[in-house]
Design a protein around this ligand. Structure first.
Ligand SMILES: *[C@@H]1O[C@H](CO)[C@@H](O)[C@H](O)[C@H]1NC(C)=O
Ligand SMILES: *[C@@H]1O[C@H](CO)[C@@H](O)[C@H](O)[C@H]1NC(C)=O
Ligand SMILES: *[C@@H]1O[C@H](CO)[C@@H](O)[C@H](O)[C@H]1NC(C)=O
Length: 457
């Protein structure tokens, strides 16, 4: 007797796990936006716009999943950071923060087409005078306001001149003693552009023990690799929505085995490439909603910060989920907008919570150990923290996006110092890492360059 016994259950599970098809009848021409955040907001404070999707006949859509994008910009680049929340009932919130005053254009798109009335004109006002005068004395280095003033006078040109001078010295002899040191900057690399060594809205930064600096160049859909001295080495990345392609690389990490791990915010997965840039695998597909930052822990596990889901995922490099923690909210194990993570020598996970203006430290199992920071411009306060790194002594270095500065804390979250960025101010810093020769490298996103600093010296 011979029988074929079908294992249909396994097949069903496989097909189930392939993914789901999502549909929406929303059309851009009928969809609308409302809310005060559509016309005005205040520098550094979160603002909100509600988008209501409608179908071709103008009827209310009742389900979510529409692909919306939002951008606050000037002709020379994006000035805001924010996220879109899908209420799954046909309405969406765009919560954002702008770090510069002025008149901007706010574009809201559904499937790449402007919704009704988009682009909108947005006026961004400075914070109230009392708040500013209170904090300017308390804060030794307010990168954001200095930067805004400088740029107000001569947009672009001033910083470009400085950039080329710094770049020149960096490529020659980066740590030349005879150069008078103005602040903690060692060198800067890059201007806005699409070529090698140029960037458009760079986000994540990582380093390798072999003396490399890796930059997730998000709007150019590639990763660029430099030496610790700032010399361009290579780049890879092909734009697209298929496995092996990049749509919006925001996070980058280097695995101890040399592999390069990339969080792709728009493709909603994490891609793994060999050290030569050859595509190997992806992980988190179908689970992740908006992976922004990525890191590797002491066990070689991949830590993914899902900004949209407000969840930290820990994967084996094979893609198997080890654990996850976090949800949206202000509770102990919750996030209001996590961006990047770092891992210390105790294998604890340090996460920046952008909209909660804090840094949270968790055990590998996801128990909250420590939280520090509040909203403000004072020492140890944040206006939307982004990049984070931890050094061999357990000190935590945090990019303070809205205040355009970098702060250094000890392992218990006590403020130690600022990196002095006064001579060439940052503008919306994002990812941050420590180079193998002990310097801090930061993605100066708004200036479309990366900068290398000394710290605690
Ligand atoms: C959609 O959901 C949000 C959040 O739960 C709620 O505030 C809003 O009123 C809902 N809108 C509609 C039209 O049901
Ligand atoms: C930063 O460096 C500049 C230039 O050396 C110096 O004038 C300024 O006092 C420094 N700021 C702080 C807070 O140390
Ligand atoms: C941040 O979270 C804490 C709870 O951990 C909450 O009390 C506080 O209001 C939150 N801050 C903001 C600005 O959301």
């Amino acid at each position: 007797q011979l029988d074929l016994v079908m294992e249909a259950e396994g097949l069903r599970m496989t097909i189930h796990n392939l993914g789901t098809i999502v549909t929406t009848s929303a059309v851009a021409s009928q969809s609308e936006a409302s809310g005060v955040g559509l016309e005005q907001c205040i520098v550094g404070l979160p603002a909100c716009v509600t988008i209501t999707t409608r179908d071709k006949a103008g009827g209310h859509c009742r389900s979510g999943n529409a692909i919306l994008s939002a951008e606050v910009c000037t002709p020379d680049g994006s000035v805001a950071d924010g996220e879109i929340l899908d209420h799954k009932n046909g309405t969406y919130d765009f919560v954002y923060t702008v770090n510069k005053e002025g008149e901007f254009s706010l574009a809201l798109r559904l499937y790449d087409q402007h919704i009704k009335g988009s682009p909108f004109s947005l006026r961004v006002s400075p914070p109230t005078t009392t708040a500013t005068s209170l904090t300017t004395t308390a804060t030794p280095s307010t990168g954001s306001s200095e930067g805004a003033k400088r740029r107000g006078k001569s947009p672009g040109s001033g910083s470009k001149k400085k950039g080329s001078r710094r770049t020149g010295s960096a490529l020659g002899t980066p740590r030349r003693r005879e150069n008078p040191i103005e602040d903690d900057l060692i060198f800067r690399i890059g201007t806005k552009g699409k070529n090698k060594g140029e960037f458009t809205n760079l986000q994540g930064v990582s380093t390798s023990s072999s003396g490399r600096i890796l930059i997730a160049d998000s709007n150019n859909q590639c990763v660029q690799i430099f030496s610790n001295d700032g010399e361009f080495k290579s780049r890879f990345g092909v734009r697209g929505r298929s496995p092996g392609q990049l749509q919006r690389p925001t996070g980058v990490a280097v695995h101890p085995n040399g592999d390069i791990i990339i969080a792709d915010y728009d493709n909603k997965w994490v891609s793994i490439f060999s050290s030569e840039g050859k595509y190997k695998a992806k992980l988190g597909s179908g689970r992740l909603m908006g992976p922004k930052g990525v890191s590797v822990d002491q066990n070689g596990h991949v830590i993914v910060v899902d900004n949209k889901a407000c969840t930290v995922f820990i994967f084996q490099p094979t893609g198997k989920l080890v654990t996850k923690f976090g949800s949206r909210g202000n509770g102990d194990k919750q996030f209001a907008g996590p961006h990047f993570a770092a891992v210390n020598h105790n294998n604890e996970i340090i996460v920046t919570d952008f909209h909660n203006h804090s840094v949270k430290v968790f055990t590998p199992e996801g128990e909250l150990l420590l939280k520090f920071g509040s909203n403000g411009e004072g020492n140890g306060q944040f206006n939307a923290p982004t990049g984070v790194a931890v050094d061999v002594n357990g000190n935590i270095i945090v990019a303070d996006w809205g205040n355009s500065r970098i702060q250094v804390f000890d392992g218990s979250g006590s403020f130690l110092s600022y990196i002095n960025t006064s001579a060439d101010p940052l503008y919306g810093p994002q990812g941050l890492a420590l180079t193998s020769d002990g310097h801090v490298v930061v993605a100066d996103s708004g200036n479309h360059c990366f900068k290398v600093y000394r710290y605690l010296q």
